[in-house]
Design a protein. Structure first.
Length: 172
């Protein structure tokens, strides 16, 4: 469901500022992004929340983008005990040891080249698809890669916001 109101949207709109801020930080680690979303509450529809997220993502400075990316673990190495990164990287769970080793090697090369983790909207993607995207994107210019990262971050934020507003309470 991408439009209309949901019980979780009402809960998010009416939660105290520190709770909403913490929830937004779980969606995106950029404090600038979270502050922009927080300042626009209440949202009449989920689509309104998505549009605010898209605008906030587009407005991120390089520093803000780096802060957002710092909240994402490398593909193939989800944060221990973090159900969100494990769920999002599920496509790597059944990958062969060879694919995982190649992903790790390319992740490190990518980080050396661009100075940040390889960010991809991994939800629904297989290990092979993520590896192919990494092989393709490592050849990008830093400017082109920054544009792609911003797009991928926007997709991830929408998926995470959807989960946030689909939940009626804080039992996450």
């Amino acid at each position: 469901m991408t439009s209309g109101s949901m019980p979780g949207l009402t809960r998010f709109n009416t939660s105290d500022e520190s709770t909403a801020q913490a929830e937004l930080h779980e969606v995106c680690a950029s404090s600038a992004w979270g502050s922009k979303i927080l300042a626009q509450r209440p949202f009449a529809t989920v689509e309104g929340l998505f549009l605010a997220s898209d605008a906030a993502t587009a407005a991120l400075t390089d520093h803000d983008l780096a802060e957002a990316m710092a909240g994402h673990p490398p593909i193939g190495r989800p944060k221990p005990g973090d159900p969100t990164s494990s769920r999002e990287q599920r496509g790597m769970a059944g990958a062969s040891e060879e694919l995982k080793a190649e992903m790790l090697e390319l992740n490190l090369a990518y980080q050396d080249r661009f100075g940040h983790v390889f960010l991809i909207c991994a939800t629904g993607a297989t290990g092979e698809q993520m590896l192919a995207a990494l092989k393709d994107r490592i050849r990008n210019t830093p400017e082109r890669e920054r544009d792609i990262v911003r797009t991928e971050l926007g997709k991830i934020n929408r998926i995470r916001l959807t989960r946030l507003v689909e939940e009626e309470d804080n039992a996450r």
